[in-house]
Ligand binder design. Structure first.
Ligand code: NAD
Ligand code: TYD
Length: 361
């Protein structure tokens, strides 16, 4: 495969996938297609932007005609589809945008690929990146005991049961991808991953938001009692999994990706406080008072826990980083890259990069 279209490559996970592919596969042409919504930031890719095998295109996946043209223009053989609206709280306020991008945008891309490939599936692949949130929520069996907090895990065979407009839109897009495989024979893959953390995550999500707030002495808004459980994976490990599955995954199949790394939100917050205070040279406990319990998120899923045994057994992938190491690395990155963060919180990033590309859409 030669020409690979990665959508959403200016976002958090997409930028790590683009970086990995551009550096690891000089023989591939990597086309990064991104609409540069509030979540897209080309500063995430500064280190590879002038690589000879890299092209950026500002475009909206919902623009079907444009997708058809681009597939042809760049002779695309493989698609790795990450572009999406990704924040649950935004989906609660504005579900239409989620249906538009996540459902209609995915459909537009699928149809453009089908139209261009025209039944010649040899060497072609449409790989769709999804989330564990489509499976719904798990119970806490023993809330007072350490992780794992329950005996049940999400498997590839777990029935979909999404609760938020975000997860409902991702579930619908997953169904469309599988429908294109089953109906037209398109070679597809779907993966469902747990919560990611690491460098370049937009600071509306728990970990970067809280690191920045601790640094600036601002309150840390913990939803409800902070007892919800998430399974955290270092983003570079997710990118490595995507690479493995893209090249070795069984076409038409689904793989779960996760870290077997469950944490209650309140415990994560304590780790973040401890790590930021340590790295800033503050005395222990300095920022504890910032924890502020606020009204819970509507329909807040209690527990996510992924079983990624299939991926380990079939393709040999495992997370490379222990959480303690990953979180320290992450905190250090945000503290060392305050300009990246400050450009986002001030809105500067949108002005600079969006002006630069406004004539290219
Ligand atoms: P993100 O919000 O950081 O990035 C999304 C990117 O998509 C942005 O660059 C944005 O500009 C682009 N985009 C949005 N709408 C677009 C459109 N209409 N056309 C073209 N580009 C558009 O998201 P992320 O956290 O990097 O997530 C990437 C993918 O991985 C998503 O599909 C998400 O559902 C999935 N996922 C995320 C997580 C997580 O923890 N962040 C976990 C599992 C799966
Ligand atoms: P988030 O990073 O938004 O990811 P997701 O909702 O996709 O899991 O949130 C992670 C957890 O942290 C989730 O249980 C909600 C909680 N949370 C807070 O308690 N406060 C916050 O300000 C945010 C953004 C999230």
């Amino acid at each position: 495969m030669k020409n690979i279209l990665i959508t959403g490559g200016a976002g958090f996970i997409g930028s790590h996938v683009v970086r990995l592919f551009v550096n690891k596969y000089p023989e591939y042409n990597i086309v990064n297609l991104d609409a540069l919504t509030y979540a897209g930031n080309l500063a995430n890719l500064k280190d590879i932007e002038s690589a000879p095998n890299y092209t950026f295109i500002k475009a909206d996946i919902c623009d079907y005609e444009r997708m058809c043209d681009l597939m042809q223009e760049h002779a695309i053989d493989g698609v790795i589809h990450l572009a999406a609206e990704s924040h649950v709280d935004r989906s609660i306020k504005d579900p239409f945008t989620f249906a538009r991008t996540n459902v209609m945008g995915t459909l537009s891309l699928l149809q453009a690929a089908r139209q261009y490939w025209n039944g010649d599936w040899q060497g072609k692949l449409f790989y769709h990146i999804s989330t564990d949130e489509v499976y719904g929520a798990l119970e806490l069996d023993k809330p007072e005991e350490p992780a794992p907090y329950g005996s049940e895990f999400f498997l590839e065979t777990t029935k979909y049961n999404p609760h938020s407009p975000y997860s409902a839109s991702k579930a619908a897009s997953d169904h469309f991808v599988r429908a294109y495989h089953d109906t037209y024979g398109m070679p597809t893959l779907v993966t469902n991953c747990s919560n990611n953390y690491g460098p370049y995550q937009f600071p509306e999500k728990l970990i970067p938001l809280f690191i920045n707030n601790i640094r600036r002495g601002k309150p840390l808004p913990v939803y409800g009692k902070g007892e919800n459980v998430r399974d955290w994976l270092y983003v570079v490990d997710h990118a490595r999994a995507i690479d493995t599955i893209f090249h070795q995954g069984k076409v038409g199949d689904t793989y779960n990706i996760g870290g077997f790394n469950e944490w209650k939100n309140i415990d994560i917050v304590k780790v973040l406080i401890k790590t930021v205070d340590k790295l800033l040279g503050n005395p222990a406990g300095h920022s504890d008072h910032l924890i502020t319990f606020v009204t819970d998120r509507a329909g807040h899923d209690l527990r996510y826990a992924i079983d990624s045994t299939k991926l380990k057994n079939e393709l040999g992938w495992e997370p490379s980083l222990q959480f303690e190491e990953g979180i320290e690395k992450t905190v250090r990155w945000y503290l060392d890259n305050q300009e990246w963060m400050d450009n986002i919180t001030s809105g500067e990033y949108e002005k600079y990069y969006k002006d630069m590309y406004q004539n290219r859409s």
